[in-house]
Design a protein around this ligand. Structure first.
Ligand SMILES: [Zn+2]
Length: 217
């Protein structure tokens, strides 16, 4: 049995390494060698959904956590995954999206029209002001927004996108999950909408008319 002195010495040493772990590159990974991609929605508690300590209390240390609108694959998600997997010791990707997502709540074409009505020229906006090289073709802005028709389908497509990406090694474990906002529980994505035990997994169930710009088709 450890003495308290030994326990404290170990805890202090571990904490010291935790603070500077990033300088060790792949030898200083987070606690679970894990990168999580999740929707930014305030109703999706990532730690509770996945049973990890990534974002609460701050610095729980289990994962590198990336959140965006929808928890979808984007250029910045790829950039972040590329860095943590190739250089910071991460070996696993977990994607978590959710029912009742704001990204199901409108048609992307309507959002484009709303922005245009405000006088914004969506065909000529800088996606990244520090990287003017990053540009969309004319007419692609609606796709870029990334609104979803179906959260389960989008979750599956997002996983496939990481699996097939040249910056993500083939031996990385990748999985995708859907958080049921109304029941506070996690389930696997299910392509067959009528068999799902939940409400609001699709844009149609949120009374959105018309198909989205074809990003997930
Ligand atoms: Zn969401």
């Amino acid at each position: 049995m450890m003495t308290l002195k030994e326990q404290l010495e170990q805890a202090v040493a571990e904490r010291s390494r935790w603070e500077i772990r990033r300088q060790f590159g792949a030898d200083g990974p987070n606690m679970r060698n894990l990168w999580v991609l999740a929707c930014m929605d305030e109703r999706m508690p990532v730690d509770e959904a996945l049973g990890i300590r990534a974002d609460s209390p701050v610095g729980g240390g289990d994962a590198h956590l990336f959140r965006n609108a929808g928890g979808i694959v984007t250029d910045d998600a790829i950039r972040s995954a590329m860095l943590t997997i190739n250089f910071f010791g991460t070996r696993e990707i977990v994607v978590v999206q959710h029912t009742g997502c704001g990204m199901l709540s409108a048609n992307g074409n309507d959002l484009v029209a709303a922005l245009r009505s405000k006088g914004i020229d969506v065909d000529n906006v800088p996606l990244d002001p520090t990287l003017p090289e990053l540009r969309l073709e004319k007419g692609a802005f609606g796709k870029w927004i990334g609104m979803m028709d179906d959260v389960d389908q989008t979750c599956i497509k997002t996983v496939e996108a990481f699996r097939n990406h040249p910056l993500i090694p083939k031996d990385i474990v990748i999985s995708g999950w859907v958080w049921e906002t109304e029941f506070r529980r996690l389930r696997a994505p299910n392509k067959n909408a009528p068999t799902r035990p939940v409400t609001q997994p699709t844009a149609a169930s949120m009374k959105v008319k018309g198909a989205q710009p074809p990003r997930w088709a």
